[in-house]
Design a protein around this ligand. Sequence first.
Ligand SMILES: [Zn+2]
Ligand SMILES: [Zn+2]
Length: 144
Amino acid sequence: MRQHEPLGRPPVQVPGCEGCAELAVRRDEARARYDRSAETDANVLLRQHQRRDHATGAPGPARTRRVFRYVPYVIAQDQSAEPEYEARCVSGDETECGAESGVRHDPAAVEEWQRWHTQETRHFRYRRSFGDYSVLEPLEEVPG
Ligand SMILES: [Zn+2]
Ligand SMILES: [Zn+2]
């Protein structure tokens, strides 16, 4: 399910660096909710941070000398909570309509609401949003 960035490779977090880890989490969360602009923002911040804090002047991956144990996590969708889909009508010249589908657990239900609303109002433009819950799970058991 991994999507490739069209422009260059996304920066890779440096193991053991909290700054990288935080931004990588932000990026993964953005990716999980299909928020491409937030994902790009996180990549930009991650590149800036790495230029500032991991500048080695040498080619190849940057290294950090900080030594504390870093536990790698996988970010997975929380299966105990249903994803949420929603749409809001943003049609209108001066002020937007603002009608909302309400939170649905099925994207088809949101589309159905959009078709109904468009039929009623001839409004054609909607902002859709998607939310879900994710959990971080350690890749390995921490000994002792
Ligand atoms: Zn870093
Ligand atoms: Zn409307």
